[in-house]
Design a protein around this ligand. Structure first.
Ligand SMILES: [Zn+2]
Length: 205
């Protein structure tokens, strides 16, 4: 089961002390970070003119897709004939982050009605299984798709009861909070994959 909020807090205090700050992640240096320091305060970046066209995503133009890498263990933890769930390579600050992909190369708008119906069912199964793990406050479900063209939906479990680790900004704490031990994290992956297999498909872990 995931570490408790108290266990995570103890790890933070052990690392930086009760009033200490965790190391700054590189997010403020990203092009898409919307604010920048100006004259001692933070201001929105200057809006630039639109590009001629959307830049190609992975899987478009001459940028290859990683379909094969997605489909196999150790990344894949569960799959059925049409869908696959993958994990990150290593534990990160959030207790559990999983991705749901179509096995065939397609994007959300390409799903036919049968695939769309199955997508809805799997989304609910995966959300419910992750949300029922102890110490999970919420599971955020996100589909952005600005980086890769192959359908991938994020399932991001956050810890319960941290008063300011909430909403879309909870995602940024993934790079700051201390990760759980690898054996705890792998046991949670197996827990989710085994319960998904009770509905359909096979656990790969
Ligand atoms: Zn693909």
């Amino acid at each position: 089961m995931p570490l408790s909020p108290e266990e995570i807090y103890a790890k933070v205090v052990e690392q930086v002390g009760p009033e200490g700050r965790l190391p700054m992640p590189p997010v403020t240096e990203w092009d898409i970070f919307p604010w920048e320091p100006v004259d001692g305060t933070w201001l929105p970046k200057v809006v630039r003119p639109p590009l001629e066209a959307e830049p190609p995503r992975w899987g478009e133009g001459d940028k290859p897709c990683q379909c094969e890498r997605t489909d196999e263990p150790p990344h894949a933890i569960w799959r059925n004939d049409r869908w696959v769930v993958t994990s990150r390579d290593e534990p990160t600050g959030m207790p559990l982050i999983l991705l749901l992909h179509s096995r065939e190369h397609m994007d959300l708008a390409d799903l036919d009605d049968d695939m769309a119906a199955e997508y809805g069912r799997i989304q609910v199964w995966l959300h419910r299984i992750m949300a029922n793990l102890p110490h999970i406050g919420r599971v955020h479900v996100n589909r952005w798709g600005d980086g890769g063209s192959h359908l991938h939906v994020w399932f991001i479990a956050r810890y319960a009861r941290f008063p300011h680790i909430l909403g879309s900004f909870a995602v940024e704490w993934d790079e700051m909070l201390p990760p759980p031990p690898g054996d705890v994290w792998r046991a949670d992956l197996k827990y989710v994959a085994d319960r998904m297999a009770n509905h359909d498909g096979v656990s790969l872990i």
